[in-house]
Design a binder for this molecule. Structure first.
Ligand SMILES: Cc1ncc(COP(=O)(O)OP(=O)(O)O)c(N)n1
Ligand SMILES: Cc1nc(C(=O)O)sc1CCOP(=O)(O)O
Ligand SMILES: [Mg+2]
Length: 388
C-alpha cells in the first residue's frame, strides 16, 4: 500500500466490521455505533446486514447477542481503524472484564480489503470469523460470493447456521443506513390544496427529477384510508428515486406503510412516545420555533428539526412571528442535529437561508405552486448549492 502520513493514497478500501452487543438496549446501541462509525472522517458505511440474535459462545451464562455486519469504505489504515473502533466501544460504555463475556458493544475488523495482518493486537481476516454463524450469516447477506480461506461466504454461513443458534430479527438495518445518509438539503413537504387539482404523484415525481432529496407527505383533511393509499403510492415513487419518505403527524400511517420516518410538531403526539414506538432506526423530525423547543427536541430523540416560519407564508396559518435568518441561525447554533428552515422559502431568499448555517430548506409552494415542479426544484437545488 502507498501510504502518506498513515493515509492510503490509493483510494478507499472496502472493509467489513462485525458488531455485537448483549447489555442494555442492544439494538439501540448497535444503531448508535453505526451512526458514529459513519461520522468518522475518511469512512463511509455503505451497507448494513439485517440484525440477528445469536446464542452466546464460550461463556454461556449471559444474554443472547444482537449481531450484524457493516460494509464500509475507508482511507483509514488498519491501525487507525482499530483505534477508531475501540474509541467508539469505549464511548458507548464498553468495559473489558472477561474474554467472550457480556459486552455493551463489540466492533471487530473482519476483513480489510484483501490484506492479511498478523500483529499481536490486530489479526485480519479475523481469526475466528469462519467459525461463527453470527459473523458469517450477516456477512453472506452482504456479499454471498465473498471467498474467505478458499470457502464461499454463503456456503460457510449455511453450514454454521445449521450448527449454531441464530435467529433473524424483524428489523432490516437498511433503515439505519438510509437514516445516516439522509440528505436534508432540498426537502419537499406536500400539500394537495396548492396543486389545485393537479396530480400529486406527477408533481412529486417531477420534483424528485429536479433534485428533491427528502419528501414529507402532509395531508391535513384526508380520511385515514385515503392517507394510507396515497402514502403507499408515494412510498413506491420515493423508493424508485432512493429518497426517504416521511409522514406528517400520523404515527399509525408511518408504521402502516413502513415509511422512513415521521415529522411531528408541538401539537402532535409527544416526541418521546413517537420515538419509542417508531424505534431508533427511523427518522423523527420535530417542529420548533425557538431555542427551548430546539434543545428539547435534540434531547428527546429528534433526528432533525424543522424551524419556522422563517418568512411569512400563505401555506399555513401560524400565530408565530417569522424567525428571520437571525432567529434561524440562533436555533441552528443551539443544537448539533440537522436543522431545516421552513416557511416562505423560495428561490429569491434561499441563499440568505443557507448563510444561516442550516442543513437544508423545506418548501411547499415554491415547488408545488409551480406549473413546472421539476424546474422549480432544479432552481432551488442550484441556488442552495451556489457558492457566494
Ligand atoms: C420540515 C417541517 N417543519 C415543520 C413542519 C410543521 O409541522 P407542525 O408544526 O406539526 O405543523 P403541520 O405541518 O403538522 O401542520 C413540517 N410539517 N415540516
Ligand atoms: C408546513 C409548514 N410549517 C411551518 C412552520 O413554520 O412550522 S410553515 C409551513 C408551510 C410552508 O409552506 P411554504 O413553503 O409554501 O411557505
Ligand atoms: Mg404536525
Amino acid at each position: 500500500m502507498n501510504t502518506l502520513l498513515g493515509v492510503d493514497t490509493m483510494g478507499p478500501v472496502r472493509c467489513y466490521i462485525g458488531l455485537g452487543a448483549n447489555i442494555g438496549d442492544s439494538r439501540a446501541t448497535i444503531a448508535e455505533a453505526l451512526k458514529r462509525l459513519n461520522e468518522l472522517p475518511n469512512l463511509t458505511v455503505d451497507t448494513v446486514a439485517p440484525l440477528y440474535r445469536s446464542a452466546p459462545i464460550g461463556y454461556t451464562e449471559q444474554n443472547y447477542f444482537i449481531n450484524t455486519v457493516a460494509e464500509v469504505s475507508t482511507t483509514l489504515t488498519p491501525r487507525q481503524l482499530l483505534t477508531a473502533l475501540q474509541q467508539i466501544e469505549n464511548d458507548l460504555g464498553r468495559v473489558r472484564v472477561m474474554r467472550w463475556g457480556p459486552r455493551t458493544v463489540d466492533l471487530d475488523i473482519l476483513l480489510y480489503g484483501e490484506q492479511t495482518i498478523l500483529e499481536p493486537e490486530l489479526q485480519v481476516p479475523h481469526p475466528r470469523m469462519t467459525q461463527r454463524a453470527f459473523v458469517m450469516v450477516p456477512l453472506a447477506d452482504l456479499n454471498p460470493g465473498l471467498v474467505i480461506d478458499g470457502q464461499k461466504a454463503q456456503l460457510l454461513a449455511r453450514r454454521l447456521a445449521e450448527e449454531q443458534e441464530i435467529y433473524a430479527e424483524q428489523r432490516r438495518y437498511k433503515d439505519v443506513v438510509k437514516k445516516m445518509n439522509c440528505n436534508y438539503s432540498l426537502y419537499l413537504v406536500t400539500d394537495r390544496a396548492i396543486l389545485e387539482g393537479r396530480d400529486l404523484y406527477h408533481a412529486v415525481e417531477a420534483a424528485l427529477q429536479g433534485g428533491v432529496t427528502l419528501v414529507q407527505l402532509r395531508e391535513k383533511h384526508t380520511s385515514s384510508r385515503d392517507f394510507y393509499q396515497i402514502a403507499l403510492g408515494l412510498k413506491d415513487l420515493t423508493c424508485k428515486y432512493q429518497v426517504p419518505l416521511l409522514i406528517n403527524d400520523r404515527l399509525d400511517i408511518a408504521l402502516a406503510v413502513d415509511a422512513d420516518g415521521i415529522h411531528i410538531g408541538q401539537e402532535d403526539l409527544p416526541l418521546q412516545v413517537v420515538r419509542e414506538m417508531l424505534g431508533p432506526q427511523k427518522i423523527v423530525g420535530y417542529s420548533v420555533a425557538n431555542i427551548e423547543e430546539a434543545v428539547y427536541g435534540e434531547r428527546n430523540g429528534a433526528d432533525y428539526l424543522g424551524a419556522g416560519p422563517v418568512y411569512a407564508t400563505q401555506t399555513k396559518s401560524t400565530p408565530i412571528e417569522p424567525l428571520g435568518v437571525e432567529g434561524l441561525r440562533s436555533i441552528k447554533e443551539a443544537v448539533s442535529i440537522p436543522v431545516v428552515g421552513i416557511g416562505g422559502i423560495n428561490v429569491r431568499n434561499v441563499s440568505q437561508v443557507r448563510r444561516s448555517g442550516v442543513d437544508g430548506i423545506s418548501v411547499v409552494s415554491a415547488i408545488l405552486g409551480s406549473f413546472n415542479p421539476a424546474n422549480a426544484s432544479r432552481e432551488l437545488y442550484t441556488a442552495w448549492h451556489k457558492k457566494d
